[in-house]
Design a protein around this ligand. Sequence first.
Ligand SMILES: [Zn+2]
Length: 273
Amino acid sequence: MYKRQAPHSWGKLDAIERWISENPQAPQYWRNESRLQLAEGQLQFALEGSKGGASPEILSYRRSSALGGFESVLEDGSATQEQQHRARRGQRSANQALAASPAAATMQAPVKGLIPRSKWSAIRPNPRELTPASGRWRWITVHHSVFSSPSNDVESSLDTVRRIQREHVNGRKYGDVGYHFFIDRAGRVIEGRNLKWRGAHSGGSNNKGNVGICLLGNFDEEKPSPAALASLDRLVYEIQNVLKIPRKNVRPHKAWKETACPGLHLMPWFARR
Ligand SMILES: [Zn+2]
């Protein structure tokens, strides 16, 4: 539990936030002091809020904001040792709270009509091979599965998702399927790896804070269906909203590394967003 003295009110936090944005020229020492106070306050409220019934999205947002504040102090070369110490302590608490709380896990709840893992008899995740998600979610990366389902019916899609999970778990020795979400040709959204875990889809450290969405199909050879694109629009919109991810951080896999993924015919989707 985070022990630092709580600020008295949201009003006080608002005032600090305003002061930071209106005083970019203030001495760095005082800017860092203010960032720390703000982040500590946000974290405190987030931790208290988990008892008070605030919605998981709000709590997660507060924790993420707090974490961002601590990180900005750590990244500032002029922070004093004492400030760095406070920032590191805050970062640790915020990360622990994020990993331990059900908020990150229930992040999937707002997604309408999500087909849960239980429906496709997913293999249980192996926590020893997984990294808890920590820090802010900053990116959304879109992929294609390359092989597609033979038909549009739900069983065929779930079969494909099972096959991908088997390949990731048995073949690549991941702790779970690498993507957080799948979208099939009929536009169904299927739950993948829980958002409480970091994904495994964009290569090593690129996966940090990176939500992975995989569309079933090979979009070098076929066009994504209108239903799949409509679902992609909605899912990305919902994730962006809940996790506060800016539009420019929604990327194709090929923005991270040399790959054809997510396929030629899916690329126009990024341009017209
Ligand atoms: Zn990919």
